[in-house]
Ligand binder design. Structure first.
Ligand SMILES: CC(C)(COP(=O)(O)OP(=O)(O)OC[C@H]1O[C@@H](n2cnc3c(N)ncnc32)[C@H](O)[C@@H]1OP(=O)(O)O)[C@@H](O)C(=O)NCCC(=O)NCCS
Length: 190
């Protein structure tokens, strides 16, 4: 049985197992980054420390998935773009890292993690923003995570009629798109 638990940075009993999982996810679809230049042990401790919510999924003692939620306002570089993403900075959660072990995909683990992120922060935010690759790196295939997010109720952020694509600077060879989820509003009873 898969069990999703909430952690703070200091509570993660086996950070190396989590970093190894993140590295495996980064080496696979859609990133296909096998360069080893961005090892999780170098950057993930800061990402965990900056996160409001760190959720890990386990099967027994084995970590199968992770999901980090960070207040949008604390994510440098995004603040000036809130209008373009159509989110309120004060009530938006940025889903900064999210992955499930390839061997455990398509069995509901990602959905459980996302549901737990929403439940944990239910009163604190109104929307979630995520940035993900448009295509599987090195191919013309769409990134499967986009279909996952759309199934979960996210919509692609558009500019005018077109999907907003970030493809400048260091992202020139791996264009990325944004997806936004909004908390459903209760119908006005009057
Ligand atoms: C995106 C990701 C976290 C989803 O986790 P998951 O555990 O596989 O997702 P789930 O099993 O909960 O899938 C939920 C739904 O999305 C759909 N889905 C998942 N992967 C899909 C794919 N590759 N193509 C189409 N639909 C997909 C499932 O069919 C499922 O729908 P269903 O409930 O009707 O069957 C996982 O695929 C992953 O780690 N991908 C690589 C890393 C990544 O891209 N992370 C996102 C970074 S922004």
């Amino acid at each position: 049985m898969v069990d999703v638990r909430l952690f703070s940075a200091s509570q993660i009993a086996d950070p190396n197992a989590l970093f190894a999982l993140i590295d495996r996810v980064q080496a696979g679809v859609p990133y296909n980054d096998t360069s080893g230049s961005m090892l999780a042990k170098e950057w993930a401790p800061k990402a965990i420390g900056d996160s409001k919510t760190v959720l890990l999924a386990f099967e027994g003692a084995k970590v199968l998935g992770y999901c980090f939620g960070q207040p949008y306002q604390s994510y440098e570089g995004f603040l000036s773009s809130a209008a373009a993403y159509d989110v309120e900075p004060e009530t938006c959660m940025y889903l900064s890292e999210f992955g499930v072990d390839a061997s455990a995909r398509n069995s509901g683990v990602g959905t459980k993690l996302l549901g737990a992120l929403i439940a944990e922060n239910d009163s604190a935010f109104e929307s979630i923003l995520v940035r993900t690759m448009l295509r599987v790196f090195g191919t013309d295939e769409p990134n499967p995570a986009i279909a996952f997010y759309e199934k979960a109720g996210f919509e692609l952020v558009r500019s005018g009629g077109d999907v907003l694509v970030e493809d400048a600077g260091r992202f020139a060879d791996r264009p990325r798109v944004f997806l936004r989820w909004r908390k459903p509003r209760l119908a006005n009873p009057t």
